[in-house]
Design a binder for this molecule. Structure first.
Ligand code: UD1
Length: 420
C-alpha cells in the first residue's frame, strides 16, 4: 500500500492550476446514461473516484474513449445491462448517481446498496424517496436497490427534508426525461449541482432555478449529444490555500472559481491570510501569525464539510482556542485522533471539536488516512510538523486529489510517495 512521507517545515510558494471538480465530474459522467449519442467531456480530473464511475459505466456496456486532447467520450447507446455492481459501489458511494438516469432512460435500474462508510451511516433513503415520488417501484433486496418504471417516470413535487447534494442530482437526472413538470424543493445549491444542470441544459434539458433552493424541471423526450467542460475543484483549491496559510508563503491558484469559495476565503482571511482575486486566479499570502477560527459546517453557500478536517489542522497550530462544529455528517472526526498523535490539543464533545492551538505544536508520527478529507488534513499537518510524517492508506487521498505530492512539491514541499 502506498504511503506518503512528508518532511515538515517548508513554506509554499509559486503557482498551481486547479484540477477539474470531482463532485461535478461524477454526476456529469452518470448523466451520459441519459443521452442519445456521445457525451464529450474536458477538464475531467485523474482520480480514483472518476475511474470508479467510468468502471461502473463500462461494466454496463458503455463505450468510453479518450481522444488526443484528453477529452473523454462516453457512448451509452449500446448498454448491455442497467446494473451497478456491489464490487464497484462499495468503493464509492457516489455510484448511486446512476440510479436516476438509468430509471429515466431505461425504466429500470439495479444499484448495490453502498453499505457503511467511515464518515457515518450515509443512507440513501432520500434518493429512493425521490424515485418513488416520480412513479418508480423501488425495493431493496439482496443488498441491491431494484427500481422499475415500466411506463416511464412522471413529473412530481419532491421536497427534501434534509438537503442532499447527490440526492438533488439524482432527482434532477431522473426528472429531465420524466413526463411533465417536476418541482424540487429544498434542493442543494452546491456549485457542482449547478454544473450538472448546465451540462444537462447543453444536452437540451429544460431546468429553471439553478443556484436556488427550488428547481423546476420540464421533462423532454430525449437529450442530445454535447461537449462540456467540468468546473474547477473548489475543495482542492481551498485545501491548497489552507496549506499555504499554515506553512506561510505566497501561492496563486489559477483556473479556480473564486466566487464558489466565499465562506472559506472569509475564514482564511480571518486566520490572517491576505487574499487577492484576479478573475480566475486566487493569490494567498501568509506572512503573519496564524489566528484560530471558529467553524460550523453547513450546506452551500456556508462553510463546506469537505473543508472541516483541514481547518482543524490549521487551528492546531494557531495560538488560542477555537471550535469546529460538524453539522452535516455524524462521525466525521476520524482525523482528530491522528492529529492528537501528532501533538494536536483537541477534545471532542458530540459534534464539536475544541482545539487549543499552539504554534509549532505538531511533530512527526506515523498516522493513517481514514477518509478522503481526513487524509488531506494529515497532509497539511505533515507540512508543518517537526520531522518526518508517514501517512499510511493514502488510497483515500488519491480518490479526490490529483497528484497531490507533485502539486505540493512544485510549491516547495518535500513529499515522497513510497510504494508497497
Ligand atoms: C456530497 C459530496 C460530498 C460532501 C457532501 C456534503 C459528492 C459526490 N459528494 O455527498 O463530498 O461531503 O455532499 O456536502 O458530491 N442523507 C440522508 N439520506 C440520503 C442522503 C443523505 O439522510 O438518502 C444525509 C447524509 O447522511 C448527510 C446529509 O444528508 O447527513 C447530507 O449528505 P449529502 O448531501 O447527501 O452527501 P452526498 O451527496 O453523499
Amino acid at each position: 500500500m502506498d504511503k506518503l512521507i512528508i518532511e515538515g517545515g517548508h513554506s509554499l510558494n509559486g503557482s498551481l492550476k486547479a484540477s477539474g471538480a470531482k463532485n461535478s465530474a461524477l454526476p456529469i459522467l452518470a448523466s451520459s446514461l441519459l443521452l442519445e449519442g456521445k457525451l464529450t467531456l474536458s477538464n475531467i480530473p485523474h482520480l480514483k473516484d472518476v475511474t470508479t464511475m467510468i468502471e461502473v459505466l463500462g461494466s454496463m456496456g458503455a463505450n468510453i474513449t479518450l481522444d488526443e486532447d484528453m477529452n473523454l467520450e462516453i457512448d451509452t447507446s449500446n448498454l448491455k445491462n442497467q446494473i451497478a455492481r456491489y464490487e464497484l459501489v462499495k468503493t464509492m458511494r457516489a455510484s448511486v448517481l446512476v440510479l436516476g438516469p438509468l430509471l429515466a432512460k431505461f425504466g429500470q435500474a439495479e444499484v448495490a446498496l453502498p453499505g457503511g462508510c467511515a464518515i457515518g451511516s450515509r443512507p440513501v433513503n432520500l434518493h429512493l424517496d425521490c424515485m418513488k415520488k416520480l412513479g418508480a417501484e423501488v425495493v431493496t433486496e439482496g443488498g441491491y436497490i431494484k427500481a422499475k418504471a415500466e411506463n416511464g417516470l412522471k413529473g412530481a413535487e419532491i421536497l427534501f427534508d434534509t438537503i442532499s447534494v447527490t440526492g438533488t442530482e439524482n432527482a434532477i437526472m431522473a426528472a429531465v426525461l420524466a413526463e411533465g413538470e417536476t418541482v424540487i424543493k429544498n434542493a442543494a445549491r452546491e456549485p457542482e449541482v449547478g454544473d450538472l444542470i448546465d451540462c444537462l441544459i447543453s444536452m437540451g434539458a429544460k431546468i429553471k432555478g439553478k443556484g436556488t433552493k427550488e428547481l423546476m424541471v420540464f421533462g423532454v423526450k430525449e437529450l442530445k449529444q454535447t461537449s462540456y467542460e467540468v468546473m474547477p475543484d473548489r475543495i482542492e483549491t481551498a485545501t491548497y490555500l489552507t496549506a499555504v496559510a499554515m506553512t506561510g508563503g505566497e501561492v496563486s491558484i489559477k483556473n479556480s472559481m473564486p466566487e464558489t469559495l466565499d465562506s472559506v476565503l472569509k475564514k482564511l482571511t480571518e486566520a490572517g491570510a491576505k487574499i487577492d482575486i484576479n478573475e480566475n486566479t486566487i493569490n494567498l499570502k501568509m506572512d503573519k501569525n496564524l489566528k484560530p477560527v471558529d467553524i460550523s459546517t453547513a450546506p452551500y453557500p456556508l462553510f463546506p464539510t469537505d473543508m472541516q478536517a483541514q481547518f482543524i489542522s490549521l487551528n492546531t497550530i494557531a495560538e488560542g482556542q477555537s471550535s469546529v462544529v460538524e453539522t452535516i455528517f455524524e462521525n466525521r472526526f476520524m482525523h482528530v485522533q491522528e492529529l492528537i498523535r501528532m501533538g494536536g490539543d483537541i477534545s471532542l464533545a458530540g459534534n464539536t471539536a475544541i482545539i487549543n492551538g499552539k504554534k509549532n505544536s505538531l511533530h512527526s508520527a506515523p498516522v493513517m488516512a481514514t477518509d478522503l478529507r481526513a487524509s488531506a488534513s494529515l497532509v497539511l499537518a505533515g507540512l508543518v510538523a517537526k520531522g518526518e510524517t508517514k501517512i499510511d492508506r493514502i488510497y483515500h487521498i488519491d480518490r479526490g486529489y490529483e497528484r497531490i505530492e507533485e502539486k505540493l512539491n512544485s510549491l516547495g514541499a518535500n513529499i515522497e510517495r513510497v510504494t508497497g
